[in-house]
Design a binder for this molecule. Sequence first.
Ligand code: NAP
Length: 332
Amino acid sequence: MTKKALITGLTGQDGSYLAELLLEKGYQVFGLVRRSSTSNLERISHLFDKIKIVSGDLLDQCSLMDVITETQPSEIYNLASQSYVPLSWTQPALTAEYTAIGVSRLLESIRRCRPDAKFYQASSSEVFGQPDESPQSERTAFRPRNPYGVAKAYAHWMTVNYRQQYNLYACCGITYTHESPRRGTEFVFRKITRTAAMIKLGLAKELKLGNLDARRDWCYAKDAVHAMWMMLQQEQPDDFIIASGETHSVRDLVECAFNYVDLNWQDYVVVDPAFYRPDEPVQLVGCIYKIKAELSWKPQYSFKQLVELMVDHDLQELRGKESHVEGALVST
Ligand code: NAP
């Protein structure tokens, strides 16, 4: 029988990759999308004829119950959230509504309408905030340091509590930063690959960045969604760290991206304190021992491969736009 999966956050970076993966694996895929007055379906436009879009919102309990009742999924992946840390400082209550209470609504909907569905919750390394150990494991204490991390910690513990109290197959993947060509340019990784490509093509002159020594554990979103799927294929639900297990500095990233397009990064990068994070997390790096040992998962793409594939994508996309503009100019 065909397996059915419901993805919330379908229009986001991870939602689009997860939908592709599940389709490859033969699932019928439903994607929860909230109403928008303009289209936000760009990341999934290539999947329109293969997936079914259903209307709902994490702010609205009835919509979630209706969608789950109508679609009867055997797997539910909650990827929806207000996922941008800086915005969580300016809109902390909204962040809590989406990212924390939204998960309560979803869990309660599953408990009432489809208690035998398997549930994946997108937790975040931001729950560790200022961790007292490095690398962090599934046993590291949560000390979130921003409203996004606090909301994710609430959602994480609600998921664990529903598993314990109601025996739901509910689990959390604590993902560290993961990137792809579908990432927004407000995130530093994509900002760097995009701007390096723009400078190479003569479309930009400089790249303004904050703390070049900030270090992150970055992996590829395609690798991350594969881990999410594997977590729901186990006999017993459990929580796992999903990470590369290594850190690189923003400087390493800049150097790698600019080297790839044969440019000297020092000629273009301008350090601007306006881009410093208000509260820079210390050395967030995941220990991936458990997921490697129990699920045989490990990232398939290295840091260098990820940087290069993103720069390649940005070069190609920008060249496409350039020729489009040139074509338009010629034809007018
Ligand atoms: P993203 O690109 O920001 O996508 C977020 C998705 O959530 C979008 O589809 C958005 O829909 C949807 N959404 C927001 N509010 C909603 C609401 N009230 N009801 C229904 N949908 C709503 O995030 P991502 O990078 O794919 O990340 C996926 C998940 O992993 C998120 O929960 C994120 O917090 C978590 N995470 C991500 C990373 C990372 O590095 N990417 C790291 C750790 C954890 P619209 O298109 O309508 O806005």
